[in-house]
Design a protein. Structure first.
Length: 530
């Protein structure tokens, strides 16, 4: 018989809220063997993460679990914190979607890897440091001895996730639980992390539970799949069978949730709305009396683009390629060099006060709506915040009516406008962020990774919403994303950036199906690998 690491029997998770008891997990049974990867797939709210949080004893204070989570003869559910701490972090470890929320910004990454080694292996600081360096080398962090002294903010997203993997594996666990570990990463880094995790699993012989909302990811890493919906497993089987012969309608819906459709380009004679010529953005890093001259980083290096009315330009490339920096420079949110023309007017030299009236016409929607929406404001107040600046003469009743209209435009019930951000799902929060931009009737909207943290089904809905809003309001979009399937569905022209430079551009068919540059070919291979 295979070496069974974890066996769940009729596990239930519930949360007590002001609105009553919420049943998050409704009697789930599954098992994990040594050396295998079990994928748990489902949309947000399906219970997949809460199931594993119950196993780890990490539920929120208003949560409770029952059932059996058998780890080698010990039921983890109901186990005391003292006994749990001898297992979690040592025998069972977990990595999360966003490492910046898991890594302490006040401590070096080296000290954060060393701490669990000392705690669980009862070794000295020197031995633990050597082990930490070994683990950073194992996860392919370059110059690990130097990186031990780095703080989380000094690392890229991919490097931070590698640090989390190193920390999780430092004590040679039996089981690794990976909760959406690649969602926020660009496609090439995502491919590298998946390859790294699969290789480490084979090398170390551990079991792995891989939680994701993206069925395409599990093709590269999982052997067996459990599909969860509304707190229950609706389908289970081998990965190849799930993809080839899905039985449950929900599984079929997940497989068909890829954004579809194509956007037609605007007429060739459509007027230019935003034009950037020879754009350059340089950041100074370090320097000082004792540190010597600063390092000059060319974040955007002589990039030009022209956005026409009704057009969507997709900007793609790896993290650090300059995508977001270019967009912020075009909106005059950061200093830059080069010419910028908006709606026929040169705005490159305008000061803050001169730019202020133009801000309503140049809007931005960010990747993480939870981080960009004030938790102290209701949805209605968030949506109308810009009206206080740009239309201060209207009454509160008029603002409220405009909020209701904007929320209905993004297909949210206007009756929800008195709720706070934490009371909405991720997709609903993103709709609120879009409504906040749309209410000002802008001409240009920068969409900076607006769907990357969303489920495939919600992504599809947001893509359709954005295309509909664009057609109805004659909007022009700069659409920044590492998800090339979404870019194909949204954009009629694509720019490919690398190291601050524009390496290729053209229609989606030209760039995605017939790339000319080696870098673009690697990007497409990483994005669309089976």
């Amino acid at each position: 018989m295979a070496d069974r690491i974890l066996s769940l029997e009729d596990v239930k998770v519930r949360f007590r809220t002001l609105d009553g008891v919420v049943e998050a997990v409704k009697g789930v049974s599954l098992h994990v063997e040594a050396g295998e990867t079990l994928a748990i797939v489902g949309e947000s709210g399906s219970g997949k993460s809460q199931l594993m949080m119950a196993v780890m004893g990490l539920l929120a204070g208003n949560g409770e679990a029952e059932g059996v989570a058998d780890y080698r003869g010990t039921n983890l559910i109901g186990l005391s914190k003292t006994k749990l701490n001898t297992i979690r972090g040592r025998k069972i470890t977990m990595i999360f979607q966003e490492p910046m929320t898991s890594l302490d910004p006040l401590f070096t990454v080296g000290s954060q890897i060393v701490e669990p080694i000392i705690r669980h292996q009862k070794v000295g600081a020197a031995v633990a440091k050597d082990r930490a360096i070994e683990m950073l080398r194992l996860v392919r962090i370059p110059d690990p001895e130097r990186r031990m002294a780095s703080y989380p903010h000094e690392l890229s997203g991919g490097e931070r996730q590698r640090v989390m993997i190193a920390m999780a594996l430092a004590n040679d666990p039996d089981l690794l639980i990976a909760d959406e570990p690649t969602t926020a990463l660009d496609v090439t880094i995502q491919a590298e992390i998946l390859e790294l995790m699969a290789g480490l699993q084979r090398r170390l012989g551990m079991g792995m539970v891989f939680i994701t909302h993206d069925l395409n990811i599990i093709k590269r890493i999982a052997g067996r799949v459990c599909v969860m919906r509304r707190g229950e497993i609706v389908e289970e089987g081998e990965m190849a069978d799930i993809f080839a012969r899905p039985r449950h309608p929900y599984t079929k819906a997940l497989l068909e949730a890829e954004p579809t459709g194509r956007k037609a380009p605007p007429p060739a004679n459509a007027p230019k709305i935003l034009d950037g010529t020879d754009m350059r953005v340089t950041f100074k890093i370090g320097g000082g009396f004792l540190a010597g001259p600063p390092i000059l980083l060319k974040a955007v290096d002589r990039v030009s683009l022209t956005l026409r009315r009704g057009q969507t330009i997709g900007i793609v490339g790896e993290s650090g390629s300059g995508k977001s920096t270019l967009a912020r420079a075009l909106l005059r949110l950061i200093p830059s060099e080069g010419a910028i023309t908006f709606d026929g007017r040169n705005i490159a030299g305008l000061g803050r006060n001169a730019m202020r009236p133009l801000r309503r016409q140049l809007q931005i929607v960010l990747q993480d709506p939870f981080g960009s929406l004030s938790p102290r404001m209701t949805a209605g107040h968030i949506v109308t915040e810009g009206l206080l600046v740009h239309e201060p003469s209207i009454t509160s009743r008029q603002r409220d009516a405009r909020a209701a209209q904007a929320l209905e435009e993004v297909q949210l019930d206007a009756a929800l406008r008195n709720r706070y951000p934490h009371e909405f799902s991720g997709g609903q929060r993103q709709r609120i962020a879009i409504a906040r931009a749309i209410i000002l009737k802008p001409k240009v909207v920068v969409l900076d990774e607006p769907t990357s943290a969303l489920d495939r089904q919600v992504q599809k809905q947001i893509v359709e919403l954005l295309r509909g809003l664009q057609a109805h309001n004659d909007l022009s979009y700069l659409f920044i994303s590492h998800d090339l399937a979404v870019v194909r569905a949204m954009a009629d022209h694509i720019l490919v950036m690398k190291d601050g430079r524009l390496v290729e551009q053209g229609s989606p068919d030209e760039v995605m199906d017939h790339p000319r540059e080696d870098y673009t070919r690697r990007l497409m291979a990483a994005a669309f690998a089976a």
